[in-house]
Design a protein around this ligand. Structure first.
Ligand code: PLP
Length: 419
């Protein structure tokens, strides 16, 4: 197979020329994917463009190192230098989020949640979390996931009219089921959880409070969303969503749970840490502490607000009427098309996003976010235009061709990796 997709330069991919000579098939996949990312719009709410510095750490020889255990207490020799990277990552995460303890080893957001449950719960315990039909994550009790198999999950919902969490219902369910832990956090809730209210409910029934802040943690880092750290016993997060770091997980907690959390990550649920990813997390935390990231996080939210308002103007039913975050969920039915078909048609026009459950229970909506397009430098004018293009393409299938051209031009005007 010849490499024909190299329309985008790859200066940030270390050793790429050697890879291309050795393995053109995989080189073709990488170049093709890079081109796809740069010529369409990545509106998947969980995605972002990480920096060349983070990519450099990920592609570094730290990937070769085995490092079971923690800095200063490893099961392998030769860990002195990777220990430095992990200590820096932990210190930066603690400073960024005001936490007494950080564990930067979870391989993913799901691994972080698994470790939090392992630290606080026993199999068979009752856990109260947002129900999956309302935006709970797979790790919040899906029968297809370890969580639903090993724990007894009770789901809270949102108000069918407002789309907002009904704290009275959460409190009533907590009193009725006496959970050992309450989980707050969602894959599609576009508003800030009321962490103080969750804390109060957890205290009233003697439950742990676990905040699964996988989505908003990047906004928290930039001061654009409330910080769950002062309220939750354990905060689980990802580093690759709005936070813009490498794919991976993060756990924050108080000093009294530090040892239990660390042992729950290694050796209970994971083996050796991925030190290239740990170093890349350190780089991302460093970037997130800079003033430019504060501006970025606020810009992400401002863009999402404009896009949500634009979608409302186009006739979409936007859940909760708008957003406080990077995330928007909307019903496309008022435009005469259901969510799955809408996702396909938008993808054909170069706008890539997900479907999601809708709080009123029937059909699927679309879920989108502004983290990646904001990293590219797009602003409110572009968001307003996108909302119009959504309306055009979903009302008239034959517009796909023209909209696709405009979307491609827009993407090319804001390269994710300029130069
Ligand atoms: C993304 C997400 C996760 C899981 O992250 P992975 O890295 O995909 O495992 C867990 N919980 C919530 C709420 C999420 O949004």
């Amino acid at each position: 197979m010849s490499v024909t997709t190299a329309s985008v330069h790859s200066p940030h991919l270390p050793g790429f020329e050697a890879l291309r000579r050795q393995d053109p098939e995989i080189a073709d996949v990488i170049l093709g994917e890079e081109t796809r990312q740069a010529t369409s719009l990545q509106l998947i709410a969980a995605e972002n463009f990480t920096s060349p510095a983070v990519l450099a750490a990920l592609g570094s020889p730290l990937a070769n190192k085995y490092a079971e255990g923690y800095p200063g207490a490893r099961h392998h020799g030769g860990c002195e230098l990777v220990d430095v990277a992990e200590k820096i990552a932990c210190e930066r995460a603690m400073a960024l989020f005001g936490a007494e303890h950080a564990n930067v080893q979870p391989h993913s957001g799901s691994s972080a949640v698994l470790a939090a449950y392992a630290a606080l719960l026993r199999p068979g315990d009752t856990v109260l979390a947002m129900g999956l039909p309302y935006g709970g994550h797979l790790t919040h009790g899906s029968p297809a996931n370890f969580s639903g198999r090993w724990f007894d999950f009770v789901g809270y919902g949102v108000d069918g009219e407002s789309g907002l969490i009904d704290y009275e219902q959460v409190h009533a369910l907590a009193r009725e089921h006496r959970p050992r832990a309450i989980v707050c956090g969602s894959i599609s809730y576009p508003r800030h959880p009321d962490y103080a209210a969750f804390r109060e409910i957890a205290d009233a029934v003697g439950a742990y409070l676990i905040a699964d802040a996988a989505h908003p943690i990047g906004l928290v880092a930039g001061g654009a969303a409330p910080n769950p750290v002062p309220y939750a016993d354990v905060v689980c997060a990802t580093t690759h969503k709005v936070l813009r770091g490498p794919r991976g997980g993060l756990i924050l907690c108080g000093a009294e749970l530090a040892e239990r959390i660390d042992r729950a990550v290694f050796p209970f649920t994971q083996g050796g840490a991925q030190m290239h990813t740990v170093a890349a997390k350190a780089v991302a935390f460093g970037e997130a502490a800079a003033p430019a990231f504060t501006a970025y996080a606020h810009h992400v939210v401002a863009n999402a607000r404009v896009l949500a308002a634009g979608l409302v103007a186009e006739g979409f039913t936007v859940t909760t009427g708008g957003t406080d975050t990077h995330l928007i969920t909307a019903d496309t039915a008022p435009l005469g098309i259901e969510g799955q078909a809408a996702r396909s048609r938008l993808a054909a026009a170069g706008m890539v996003l997900d479907t999601c459950a809708l709080p009123w229970g029937d059909g699927r909506g679309i879920r989108l976010g502004t983290a990646a397009v904001t990293t590219q430098g797009m602003g409110e004018a572009e968001m307003a235009r996108l909302a119009v293009l959504f309306g055009v393409v979903l009302r008239e299938e034959r517009e796909v061709r023209y909209v696709a051209e405009e979307v491609r031009d827009l993407a090319r005007a804001y390269p994710p990796y300029p130069g």
